[in-house]
Design a protein around this ligand. Structure first.
Ligand SMILES: NC(=O)c1ccc[n+]([C@@H]2O[C@H](COP(=O)([O-])OP(=O)(O)OC[C@H]3O[C@@H](n4cnc5c(N)ncnc54)[C@H](OP(=O)(O)O)[C@@H]3O)[C@@H](O)[C@H]2O)c1
Length: 264
């Protein structure tokens, strides 16, 4: 059984992915504002319950609350967690598996996952790490349950903040890029709706080509830069404006900020 405590943006998206793979009658949603869980459960065909019941009955307990709410939540559930020892699956940015284990009273299996919003449509990335108490069997069961979300991949815990910046924050960076590309196209006369659709399709297509071909992005870029052509002029403009440096900086700053979340 899979319980979800906190089904906001991210918890709800992960719950939707798990419902695609698991039978929906094995999935239970809980949320502080109960109507949110009720609405999502009706949409996904699963059930709602309260935090205590989920902690008592579910083998896998997904924690979708904000990092700053985690301590209070887990301390309140401590007696049940210590009796039942469910596997805690935390998606909180910046909180280590050890911190989650300690908040729950210690000696409890934890998987820490870092999903991104495209998990809602099966095109996401979920990086995960674990504490020493998670069995290989539980790890396999969780990887399998999460697989409808997209790529599910282990990552060393020390790299989770960087992974979070790369996959969790980059949809927003890419949204900015798409908006800017569409603005440029609108300035060249393409109607807004078409410009936005074409920009998104171009980004999705380039990403898919990179994933499916396995080619280095630099090689894919070279392949579309004809000598004396227009693409290389656009590349020159981006290089002059330090596009790549700005993107690198954004990832590094976001990784640092992600690490700080757990200290708040
Ligand atoms: N958003 C992302 O892109 C992203 C990416 C990776 C990881 N994360 C992580 O995902 C977690 C959730 O983020 P979010 O963006 O989904 O936030 P969110 O939309 O605010 O969702 C948090 C949910 O937790 C509920 N909640 C709070 N305290 C609760 C309690 N004691 N019992 C039950 N439910 C409770 C809230 O209920 P109410 O409806 O009452 O507010 C809300 O629905 C965070 O830890 C974040 O670090 C987010």
């Amino acid at each position: 059984m899979f319980g979800f405590i906190g089904v906001g943006n991210m918890g709800g998206a992960v719950a939707a992915a798990v419902c695609k793979g698991a039978e929906a009658d094995k999935v239970f949603l809980c949320n502080r504002t109960a109507e949110k869980a009720e609405k999502l459960a009706a949409h996904l065909g699963c059930a709602v319950t309260d935090n205590q019941t989920a902690a008592k009955t579910c083998r896998y307990l997904f924690l979708g609350v904000k990092p700053q709410n985690m301590k209070e939540l887990l301390e309140g559930l401590r007696p049940i967690l210590q009796e039942k020892k469910p596997v805690l699956v935390s998606m909180a940015a910046g909180l280590t598996a050890k911190q989650i284990e300690e908040m729950a009273g210690g000696d409890i299996p934890v998987m820490r996952i870092m999903p991104n919003t495209p998990v809602a449509i099966g095109c996401g990335v979920i990086m995960y790490c674990k504490n020493g108490l998670l069995t290989a069997e539980d790890e396999q069961a969780l990887v399998s349950a999460l697989s409808p979300a997209g790529i599910v991949d282990p990552l060393e815990e020390r790299l989770m903040d960087a992974g979070s910046a790369l996959c969790g924050c980059s949809p927003a960076f890419t949204d900015l890029y798409m908006e800017a590309m569409a603005d440029g196209a609108v300035a060249c006369g393409i109607p807004r709706a078409k410009a936005l659709k074409y920009a998104a399709a171009a980004v999705a297509g380039a990403a898919r080509l990179a994933l499916e071909s396995g080619e280095h992005p630099g090689a894919l870029k070279d392949a579309v830069c004809s000598p004396g052509g227009c693409t290389i002029q656009g590349v020159r403009t981006l290089e002059n404006r330090a596009f790549r440096g700005a993107v690198m900086e954004a990832v590094m700053v976001a990784a640092g900020a992600s690490g700080d979340l757990g200290k708040k």
